[in-house]
Write a protein of this length. Sequence first.
Length: 252
Amino acid sequence: MTISAVIITYNEEDRLPDALASLAGVADEVVVVDSYSSDRTVEIARAAGARVMQNRFENYGQQKNFAMSQACCEWILNLDADERVSPDLKRAVLRLKESGLPGSVAAFAIKRKTYYLGRWIRHSGWYPDRKVRLFRKDASSWQGRVHERLAVAGEVARLPGDILHFTYRDIGDHVRRLERYSSFQAEEIAAQGKKLLTLRLLLLPPVTFLRHYLWKLGLLDGFPGLVIATVQSWGTAMKYLKAAALRRRTRR
């Protein structure tokens, strides 16, 4: 079993070194696909021994599929620049490499644990947040422009350990990133022809808040849990506001 670790980047000079360091001993190669960063991201990746190429960013699914196509190994470990392989996950992957795999398994789902506003988030719909991140290259493809998901042809098993996620740098970064995501999502909503956008705009933001804060027990995450619920609710409102505006422009 050989593994290519694949990371897509844009201006990640502050977070990329720790991501690369966490892959030591796990990956047989590291592939970094960069979207023409203006900082030292490319220099840092090359200095760490990664194979680096640049590709114009269109959307997340497209960029990750391109990055996967550049990998040489039969298995892909997808990692974001703000993520780390935990010690427990590293041990689990090394055991797989030593013992081999049953032929029916095409991918592994891994828990992701997020650090936000000074603490590990254990509720709020953010944990265990299983993501399929270790998978056979020939049995998988990324789908979706934002919040992309991996389509896998074959059995998906679970792997012990966590991906450690050092997400938004602060509340402002959280809001800015949801603002950007909401534009992609609004275009998808408009293209799909979803109806009742005004009703969705009125109902779904408060439902989003309740889901994260009460139903997913965000209140147990303290102040960060309240922030998560509030900002996620705002992001839901933004994508439907933008979708409604796109719909009106199209009708004109």
